[in-house]
Write a protein that binds this ligand. Sequence first.
Ligand code: FAD
Ligand code: SF4
Length: 490
Amino acid sequence: MDKKAYLKEERNAEWRVELRKSLKPKERMSLIRVEMNEEDPTERATSYVEVNTGLTLEQAQNEAKRCLDCGNPTCITGCPVEINIPGFIKRIEHGDILGAAKELKKTSTLPAVCGRVCPQEKQCEAHCFYTVKMKKTPVAIGYLERFAADYERESKNISIPEVAEENNIKVACIGSGPAGLTFAGEMRKRGYDVTVFEALHEIGGVLKYGIPEFRLPNDIVDVEINTLKQIGVKFETNFIVGKTATIEDLKEEGFKAFFAGSGAGLPRFMNIPGENYNGILSSNEYLTRINLMHAAKQNSDTPVISGKNVVVVGGGNTAMDSVRTAKRLGAQTATIVYRRSMEEMPARVEEIEHAKAEGIEFMTLANPVEYFADEQGQVNKVRIQKMELGEPDASGRRRPVPIEGSEIDIKADTVVVSVGVSPNPIIPDSLPDLETTPWGTIKVNQDNLQSNISDLFAGGDIVRGGATVILAMGDGRKAAASMHDYLQKA
Ligand code: FAD
Ligand code: SF4
């Protein structure tokens, strides 16, 4: 059955019709949006406990009542993996929480992850009837997604997706971030023999090495990875495709097609004087060492210095994760230095609010222009130039323009540079015939995510540059459908 027909049939089910009748739309619209429960800001700022603690059953069901079960659910158009949003929300209202989790898993491999880190305010919630037509706060779709996924996990009733009959066709996935995991799950469900090759010793990509425990606990990611293992996805860690073995080697082992979900983990720097001093590092290195190498622990072989005055340069999610991590490591001052104003900051609003509540300082319209160090070469000062906003640039945001003679110096013993990332180069470098863009991303046909090498598909950050979890997942899903078509015709 096609998607539209399925949604219509679902919506006309007797229980759904009864549920709709149980409250008038006006009554639903008069309900107030739920607020997420969270740990106390002062206490959580010194620990790694998860900040958001989730909704109670009562809160979730009340929030579910706000959803109008629209005939034309525009929220779905805002979801890159096309979750049946009213379908799962109405199951929550109806009390069938496990059914809600099952519905989510039909199209999303990582609902507990997405419920925590997706920018719903820019995706499904931005397309909700309340936002679009009424200019009111949307249904809390993300909170409800998290609730259903957590409920399923905590009740130890984890549903395992159905897998089609084995077709014994081997396909390889390069990288185990959200793009790769989604691709792997979708291909496995179609009966393929799927192996995920991951360069690091942990599976999960940025979900594990980038996003910290206080926002996305590793245990939660592992449960979703375990579901993939249970349906038969194979994982090879410490395996760099292009180095440990080439794509040609893998073809000789019988792999018929490849998906590159190798991400954008190469840090960018600003190339300003003093950037090589000790104590200045990229957010990638900072977060990976702490999240994956346990560098914050006393007995670590490669400890990070717990700076007293930490400056984080940038305004994205990565910058917010770095500065909040610094606070948790004991920084007395942890400051964001961002060249535009608060309004342009690309990090999720929730993360900015959490950071403020935890005592993070924000220095906006400010840009580092030089670093200074002591005699041992350890950074001790950042020269900051004040900025003002000029005309909009290509991104539509107003361009920051330096104010001459406005420089000030601030103390810093650790600087974390978080000004963007570039694509991981190993796959493009190992395939000289592969077409790439001037930014190093893999060029693909947007309709099917196929590269100019016909058996190589690609998606996620290796195609988009640094983007989001849900866009990477959407690509993984689309690439699986295209690769399936390609292999069926081969
Ligand atoms: P990745 O997650 O980067 O995974 C790629 C994987 O491929 C890596 O594990 C890498 O080791 C592996 N790999 C690379 N080359 C090879 C090779 N040759 N062989 C084998 N393996 C290889 N997005 C959000 O939506 N919400 C957030 O709150 C958010 N917060 C973020 C916080 C941080 C600190 C960072 C860094 C990013 C954040 N993002 C967030 C962005 C989001 O995480 C990424 O857009 C997403 O992870 C991209 O997924 P991916 O699968 O394309 O790549
Ligand atoms: Fe519910 Fe909003 Fe989707 Fe309508 S658009 S079905 S109200 S979540």
